[in-house]
Design a protein around this ligand. Structure first.
Ligand code: IMP
Ligand code: MG
Length: 176
Protein backbone atom coordinates (compact mmCIF):
# COMPACT_ATOMS: atom_id res chain seq x y z
CA UNK A 1 0.00 0.00 0.00
CA UNK A 2 1.26 3.51 -0.83
CA UNK A 3 0.28 7.08 -0.11
CA UNK A 4 1.00 10.24 -2.04
CA UNK A 5 1.97 13.36 -0.04
CA UNK A 6 2.82 16.51 -1.98
CA UNK A 7 5.26 15.36 -4.70
CA UNK A 8 6.37 12.10 -3.08
CA UNK A 9 5.13 8.52 -2.84
CA UNK A 10 5.52 6.59 0.39
CA UNK A 11 5.23 2.82 0.94
CA UNK A 12 3.83 1.05 3.98
CA UNK A 13 6.57 0.36 6.53
CA UNK A 14 5.00 -0.33 9.97
CA UNK A 15 1.35 -1.25 10.32
CA UNK A 16 -0.89 0.19 13.00
CA UNK A 17 -1.10 -3.31 14.54
CA UNK A 18 2.68 -3.67 14.76
CA UNK A 19 2.93 -0.19 16.24
CA UNK A 20 0.27 -0.75 18.90
CA UNK A 21 1.68 -4.16 19.87
CA UNK A 22 5.17 -2.79 20.27
CA UNK A 23 4.02 0.25 22.28
CA UNK A 24 2.23 -2.10 24.66
CA UNK A 25 5.49 -4.02 25.19
CA UNK A 26 7.50 -0.85 25.87
CA UNK A 27 4.82 0.44 28.23
CA UNK A 28 5.19 -2.71 30.33
CA UNK A 29 8.71 -1.52 31.10
CA UNK A 30 7.49 1.99 31.89
CA UNK A 31 4.83 0.57 34.19
CA UNK A 32 7.45 -1.55 35.93
CA UNK A 33 10.05 1.22 36.28
CA UNK A 34 7.76 4.11 37.19
CA UNK A 35 4.97 2.39 39.14
CA UNK A 36 5.32 4.50 42.28
CA UNK A 37 7.23 7.46 40.90
CA UNK A 38 4.41 9.68 39.60
CA UNK A 39 6.40 10.46 36.45
CA UNK A 40 6.01 13.63 34.44
CA UNK A 41 5.86 12.79 30.75
CA UNK A 42 7.16 15.59 28.56
CA UNK A 43 5.90 15.27 25.02
CA UNK A 44 7.84 17.12 22.34
CA UNK A 45 5.43 18.72 19.88
CA UNK A 46 4.37 18.46 17.16
CA UNK A 47 5.37 14.96 16.13
CA UNK A 48 4.89 13.08 19.38
CA UNK A 49 1.20 13.82 20.01
CA UNK A 50 -0.09 10.39 18.87
CA UNK A 51 2.66 8.45 20.58
CA UNK A 52 2.18 10.46 23.78
CA UNK A 53 -1.54 9.69 23.79
CA UNK A 54 -0.93 5.96 23.31
CA UNK A 55 1.74 5.82 26.04
CA UNK A 56 -0.37 7.87 28.45
CA UNK A 57 -3.41 5.61 28.18
CA UNK A 58 -1.29 2.51 28.84
CA UNK A 59 0.37 3.89 31.95
CA UNK A 60 -1.44 2.47 34.97
CA UNK A 61 -0.13 4.59 37.83
CA UNK A 62 -0.42 8.27 38.68
CA UNK A 63 1.30 10.43 36.10
CA UNK A 64 1.30 13.90 34.60
CA UNK A 65 2.04 15.26 31.15
CA UNK A 66 3.45 18.50 29.80
CA UNK A 67 3.93 19.58 26.23
CA UNK A 68 6.98 21.37 24.91
CA UNK A 69 7.53 22.84 21.51
CA UNK A 70 11.05 23.39 20.26
CA UNK A 71 12.45 25.00 17.16
CA UNK A 72 16.03 24.41 16.18
CA UNK A 73 18.14 27.00 14.52
CA UNK A 74 21.49 25.99 13.16
CA UNK A 75 23.74 29.01 12.94
CA UNK A 76 26.87 29.52 10.91
CA UNK A 77 28.68 27.20 13.27
CA UNK A 78 27.79 23.54 13.20
CA UNK A 79 26.23 23.77 16.66
CA UNK A 80 22.48 23.40 16.64
CA UNK A 81 20.67 25.80 18.95
CA UNK A 82 17.21 24.98 20.17
CA UNK A 83 14.76 27.70 21.04
CA UNK A 84 11.83 26.92 23.28
CA UNK A 85 8.54 28.02 21.74
CA UNK A 86 6.22 26.49 24.29
CA UNK A 87 8.14 25.86 27.46
CA UNK A 88 8.13 23.79 30.58
CA UNK A 89 5.50 25.10 32.97
CA UNK A 90 5.17 23.32 36.29
CA UNK A 91 7.91 22.96 38.87
CA UNK A 92 9.93 19.88 37.94
CA UNK A 93 12.36 19.92 40.84
CA UNK A 94 12.80 16.42 42.24
CA UNK A 95 10.46 14.86 39.67
CA UNK A 96 11.02 11.79 37.52
CA UNK A 97 10.79 12.88 33.89
CA UNK A 98 10.19 10.74 30.82
CA UNK A 99 10.63 12.59 27.53
CA UNK A 100 8.33 11.35 24.77
CA UNK A 101 9.71 11.85 21.24
CA UNK A 102 8.40 10.74 17.87
CA UNK A 103 11.83 10.13 16.38
CA UNK A 104 15.48 10.63 17.23
CA UNK A 105 17.43 11.35 14.09
CA UNK A 106 20.71 13.29 14.56
CA UNK A 107 19.97 13.69 18.25
CA UNK A 108 20.46 17.46 17.99
CA UNK A 109 17.07 18.25 19.50
CA UNK A 110 17.66 16.07 22.56
CA UNK A 111 21.21 17.31 23.09
CA UNK A 112 19.88 20.86 23.24
CA UNK A 113 16.85 20.07 25.36
CA UNK A 114 18.44 17.92 28.07
CA UNK A 115 20.40 20.81 29.67
CA UNK A 116 17.15 22.79 30.04
CA UNK A 117 15.79 19.92 32.10
CA UNK A 118 18.97 19.60 34.14
CA UNK A 119 18.54 23.27 35.13
CA UNK A 120 15.17 22.32 36.63
CA UNK A 121 16.91 19.91 39.00
CA UNK A 122 14.82 16.89 38.07
CA UNK A 123 15.36 13.70 40.06
CA UNK A 124 15.79 11.61 36.91
CA UNK A 125 15.30 11.89 33.20
CA UNK A 126 14.94 9.17 30.56
CA UNK A 127 14.04 9.30 26.89
CA UNK A 128 11.24 7.24 25.38
CA UNK A 129 11.19 7.49 21.60
CA UNK A 130 8.81 5.90 19.14
CA UNK A 131 11.54 5.64 16.47
CA UNK A 132 15.33 5.88 16.50
CA UNK A 133 17.63 6.11 13.48
CA UNK A 134 20.86 4.72 14.97
CA UNK A 135 22.87 5.37 11.80
CA UNK A 136 21.92 9.06 11.79
CA UNK A 137 22.88 9.76 15.42
CA UNK A 138 25.58 12.40 15.76
CA UNK A 139 25.58 12.43 19.55
CA UNK A 140 25.81 9.56 22.01
CA UNK A 141 22.27 9.70 23.39
CA UNK A 142 20.93 7.09 25.74
CA UNK A 143 17.41 6.22 24.60
CA UNK A 144 16.27 4.00 27.45
CA UNK A 145 12.87 3.19 25.93
CA UNK A 146 12.46 2.84 22.18
CA UNK A 147 9.84 1.13 20.05
CA UNK A 148 11.62 0.68 16.72
CA UNK A 149 15.16 1.22 15.44
CA UNK A 150 14.84 2.04 11.75
CA UNK A 151 17.23 2.59 8.82
CA UNK A 152 18.33 6.12 7.98
CA UNK A 153 15.41 6.94 5.69
CA UNK A 154 12.57 9.45 5.76
CA UNK A 155 9.31 8.25 7.31
CA UNK A 156 5.83 9.70 7.76
CA UNK A 157 2.65 8.81 9.61
CA UNK A 158 1.65 8.27 13.23
CA UNK A 159 2.40 11.90 14.04
CA UNK A 160 5.36 12.32 11.69
CA UNK A 161 4.94 14.65 8.74
CA UNK A 162 6.33 15.48 5.36
CA UNK A 163 5.96 19.23 5.02
CA UNK A 164 2.87 19.27 7.22
CA UNK A 165 1.12 16.25 5.73
CA UNK A 166 0.83 12.65 6.88
CA UNK A 167 0.55 13.10 10.63
CA UNK A 168 -2.95 11.58 10.68
CA UNK A 169 -1.92 8.24 9.14
CA UNK A 170 -2.26 5.36 11.65
CA UNK A 171 0.54 3.41 9.92
CA UNK A 172 4.12 4.52 9.21
CA UNK A 173 5.36 4.84 5.62
CA UNK A 174 8.83 5.29 4.15
CA UNK A 175 9.97 6.93 0.92
CA UNK A 176 9.23 4.87 -2.18
P1 IMP B 1 17.03 15.40 15.48
O1 IMP B 1 17.14 16.66 16.28
O2 IMP B 1 17.93 15.37 14.28
O3 IMP B 1 17.15 14.15 16.31
O4 IMP B 1 15.62 15.44 14.78
C1 IMP B 1 14.49 15.09 15.40
C2 IMP B 1 13.30 15.74 14.72
O5 IMP B 1 13.43 15.82 13.29
C3 IMP B 1 12.10 14.89 14.98
O6 IMP B 1 11.48 15.26 16.19
C4 IMP B 1 11.26 15.13 13.74
O7 IMP B 1 10.44 16.24 13.95
C5 IMP B 1 12.24 15.41 12.64
N1 IMP B 1 12.49 14.19 11.84
C6 IMP B 1 13.63 13.47 11.81
N2 IMP B 1 13.55 12.43 10.97
C7 IMP B 1 12.30 12.46 10.45
C8 IMP B 1 11.59 11.62 9.50
O8 IMP B 1 12.09 10.59 8.97
N3 IMP B 1 10.31 11.99 9.22
C9 IMP B 1 9.72 13.08 9.77
N4 IMP B 1 10.34 13.89 10.65
C10 IMP B 1 11.62 13.59 10.99
MG1 MG C 1 9.63 16.04 16.67
Amino acid sequence: MSVQLHDKTFDLFLTSNEIQTRISEVCEYLNRDYADKRPVFIAILNGSFMFAADVMRRFNGACEIQFVRLASYVGTSSTGEVQTILGLSADLKGRHVVILEDIIDSGETMVSFLPLLAQKEVASCQICSFLVKPDALKHPIDVAYRCFDIPNEFVVGYGLDYDGLGRNLPDVYHLH
